[in-house]
Design a protein around this ligand. Structure first.
Ligand code: HEM
Length: 473
């Protein structure tokens, strides 16, 4: 029996390899006479180089490939042929100047989990309108008004850390960024709704990166069920908001008020998908960078002292923290601003993004065939010594001079660039202010290792102990 099975496996392997080479040759013949594909290797039939990518730090994989093949190279990940782009010019080509030749692309299972109407899956009119609504809800004018509420969230989250017990910093930062996300979307939301959203969203969050199967009991199936409940909760909030006829200038207000050229409003599904989409885009990204900031400034003692001087001057002006921070004060924290930019560069939490060629495209003499994925590699650009001298060292002073064009893209670029970047930076500024003026913290047992969840985060979420700084009482 064993022999029969292994013979069958060998036959299957033989035929699938033969088929793979036949299809590759056919593609090569088709490409003859046209621009050539970039250098690189496509790995094994079907799985491509997926194992090499995921069996190590993905950034090592990208960096090795770039060293061997240059800034534009091909590979195959999860059965998808990809072209990776590690130069500022190539990223600009795909994301900005020739963006119409590429479309956003996400695995179907992720699209279903977030909701197919979320703006990042779309292009054209629908995308433009939805994007404007998100941008209006977190415009500088709107953010100015949010400062006191964000500050209250930061203060109350930090209060719970200061017991001297070891906390998982990333988990705590996720609580913080979730609360701020809810605030930006709904304004002040009734606690019963907030708790219901929190409970179900955390189930979605746990299942999001698990294997997509409809088998009951699996993390993915539980997440799909929780996602349905989230729709129902958002529906109830919509009905109640409409009943009260108070349409605030938060994201929900903008979504409910919207009418297109033909007077058509958004459906409840469209509203729910975009709310979950924004929450999803806002939570782990911001929590990850907040965690990195805490680590970087913990490791750089001199820098921490300099940040303290900047922040304590504001703290004293505010009657030792008895008066709230103002928007104007958050606009005038020059060193802290540079620390944030350098943290975004160093951590490069969105290491790359995906697009798909909608037609055959030629770039710099290379062919990008229709249907292939393209991946601008932000992290490779942020860590290239040609653009950032001594890229492994944490040096906020490098941002005293503006980076060269298209070399600094922590929030992406072009039509899909992050609309939440100013909100995220505001959270960072307020968090740093309260952290360095009122707390001391010790990182427990971290040796600088990174884990991917899926954003890079210090190992185990950066376990740390926090203490109220008695010199400030
Ligand atoms: C440090 C935190 C954040 C980082 C590093 C970040 C990064 C990014 C990047 C790189 C993109 C572009 C992806 C692409 O082109 O494929 C993006 C898109 C997006 N981000 Fe953020 N983001 C952060 C926080 C936020 C926050 C707080 C919000 C909340 C409003 C948000 C909402 C969005 C949305 C809605 C999109 C999709 C935009 C579109 O498709 O037009 N992000 N983000």
């Amino acid at each position: 029996m064993e022999n029969i099975v292994s013979t069958l496996v060998y036959i299957l392997l033989f035929f699938s390899t033969a088929l793979y080479y036949y299809l590759s040759k056919k593609q090569e013949r088709k490409n003859k006479g046209r621009a050539k594909l970039p250098p690189g290797s496509m790995g094994w039939p079907y799985i491509g180089e997926t194992l090499q990518l995921y069996s190590q730090d993905p950034n090592v994989f990208f960096a090795q490939k770039q060293k061997r093949y240059g800034d534009v190279f091909k590979t195959n990940i999860l059965g998808c042929p990809c072209i990776m782009l590690a130069s500022p010019e190539a990223s600009r080509f795909v994301l900005v100047t020739h963006a119409h030749l590429f479309k956003p692309t996400y695995p179907k299972s992720k699209e279903m989990m977030i909701g197919p109407w979320a703006l990042f899956f779309h292009e054209g009119n629908y995308h433009t309108h939805l994007r404007k609504l998100v941008q209006s809800s977190i415009s500088p004018e709107a953010l100015r008004k949010l400062v006191p509420d964000i500050e209250s969230i930061v203060i109350s989250c930090m209060e719970t850390w200061s017991s001297g017990l070891v906390i998982n910093t990333f988990h705590e930062m996720k609580k913080l960024s979730f609360e701020v996300g809810i605030l930006a979307i709904f304004g002040r939301l009734e606690i019963k709704y907030k708790n219901a959203l929190k409970e179900n969203y955390s189930i979605v969050d746990k299942g999001y990166n698990s294997f997509p199967t409809k088998l009951p009991g699996t993390a993915y199936h539980k997440a799909i069920e929780a996602r349905k409940r989230l729709n129902q909760i958002i529906r109830e909030i919509i009905w109640e908001t409409k009943e009260k006829k108070i349409l605030d200038k938060d994201l929900l207000g903008y979504l409910l008020n919207y009418k297109d050229e033909r007077g058509q409003t958004l459906t409840e599904d469209q509203i729910a998908d975009n709310i979950i989409g924004v929450l999803f885009a806002a939570q782990d990204t911001t929590a990850s960078i907040l965690t990195w900031i805490l680590k970087y400034i913990h490791d750089e003692h001199k820098l921490l002292e300099a940040i303290k001087i900047e922040q304590k001057a504001i703290y004293k002006l505010n009657n030792r923290g008895k008066q709230p921070l103002t928007w104007a004060q958050t606009r005038n924290m020059p060193l802290t601003q540079k620390v944030i930019l350098e943290s975004l560069r160093m951590a490069s939490i969105i290491s790359f993004t995906f697009r798909e060629a909608v037609t055959d495209v030629e770039y710099d003499g290379y062919l990008i065939p229709k249907g292939w994925k393209v991946m601008p590699l932000f992290r490779n650009i942020h860590h290239n010594p040609e653009y950032f001298v001594d890229p492994k060292s944490f040096d906020p002073s490098r941002f005293e001079v503006a980076p060269k064009p298209n070399t600094f893209m922590p929030f992406g670029s072009g039509a899909h660039a992050c609309p939440g970047n100013e909100l995220a930076k505001l959270e960072m500024l307020i968090m740093i202010h309260h952290l360095v003026t009122k707390y001391r913290w010790e990182v427990v047992g971290s040796k600088g290792e990174v884990q991917y969840s899926p954003f890079p985060v210090p190992l185990d979420g950066l376990p740390a102990k926090f203490y109220k700084d008695s010199t400030n009482q």
